[in-house]
Design a binder for this molecule. Structure first.
Ligand code: SF4
Ligand code: SF4
Length: 56
């Protein structure tokens, strides 16, 4: 299981600093999670103002 950011992301950037392993970065118009780094801790998901972060 990994976490993903869907297209409702408004690129606020608040999730980036929540990730303990630096898996979140700005991508093409929205933020993205590097699945090879994500340890599925879930700490990013609760802080998203639009609920754009989902687990598989
Ligand atoms: S679930 Fe945890 S490790 Fe994965 S992107 Fe979110 S904060 Fe980072
Ligand atoms: S917190 Fe949500 S809206 Fe903000 S950059 Fe992250 S995924 Fe996008």
């Amino acid at each position: 299981m990994a976490y993903k950011i869907n297209d409702t992301c408004i690129a606020c950037g608040s999730c980036e600093s929540q990730c303990p392993v630096g898996a979140i970065s700005m991508g093409d118009g929205k933020f993205e999670i590097d699945e090879s780094k994500c340890v599925s801790c879930g700490s990013c998901a609760g802080g998203c103002p639009v609920g754009a972060i989902e687990s598989d």
